[in-house]
Design a protein around this ligand. Structure first.
Ligand code: GRF
Length: 224
């Protein structure tokens, strides 16, 4: 592994299917960079297994072992910064982050959220989309700010809501889209084509609209 390559650190709390999509993107050469480490706040989760299977160093920091959110986040900063990452990727990381943490990684911290933001911030997004009678649902990748699920949006992919849809069926279809959208966002950032500027995210030098780039029509993310 070339240590000079641009580096990502991925934070997880669970199954890590988005982590897997990013690992696949790195291993296929589509994402120019390496995953320097995977950090989990939970032991024995599938995402850690995935990292180990692919020879990626893992870090487990159990948030319950810390007496405050501040001390836990500082421990994460210390562990992450050892790898000097260009990008910190939240992939199903289920902890609220302190303002200090978010500011420390300003402009290089991204998250994937299972809704078409700014709709349905927070949890239970699929059920809420069904309850609201939405016709379209989807996922968003955004830069992380201190406002929960409120940072500048990079891009989205949408799915149609079907009659007789359930939250589980919808979640499965949205996750398929996440696995295209998230590695694509990582690729564009690692390539230097996408960045957060003062007025918002720029792709190939152009300011993106408020809901980011609509990547819904893209079939092969690797070729974007
Ligand atoms: C995804 O649905 C993502 O949108 C949300 O957390 C979930 C993580 O799933 N932020 P996985 O661990 O990547 O399978």
């Amino acid at each position: 592994m070339n240590q000079n390559q641009r580096a990502m650190v991925v934070l997880i709390s669970g199954s890590g299917t988005n982590l897997q999509a990013i690992i696949n993107g790195v291993e296929s050469g589509a994402i120019p960079g390496r995953i320097a480490a995977v950090l989990s706040n939970k032991t024995n989760v599938k995402g850690l297994e995935r990292a180990e299977e692919h020879g990626i160093p893992t870090i487990v920091l159990d948030h319950k072992a810390y007496d405050s959110r501040e001390s836990f986040d500082q421990a994460m900063i210390d562990a992450i910064d050892e790898h000097n990452p260009n990008l910190v990727v939240l992939a199903g990381f289920m902890r609220i982050l302190t303002e200090e943490f978010v500011n420390h990684y300003a402009g290089k911290l991204i998250n994937i959220h299972p809704s078409l933001l700014p709709k349905f911030k927070g949890l239970n997004t699929h059920q809420r989309a069904l309850d609201e009678g939405e016709a379209i649902h989807g996922c968003s990748v955004h830069y992380v700010t201190f406002e929960l699920d409120g940072g500048p949006i990079i891009g989205q992919r949408s799915v149609a809501i079907e009659t007789n849809d359930t939250a589980d069926l919808l979640a499965a279809r949205v996750q398929k889209e996440e696995h295209i959208l998230y590695p694509l966002a990582c690729k564009l950032i690692m390539e230097g084509r996408l960045s957060l500027e003062k007025d918002g995210p720029h792709l190939d030098g152009n300011l993106l609209p408020a809901t980011g780039q609509d990547f819904s029509q893209l079939e092969q993310w690797e070729e974007f």
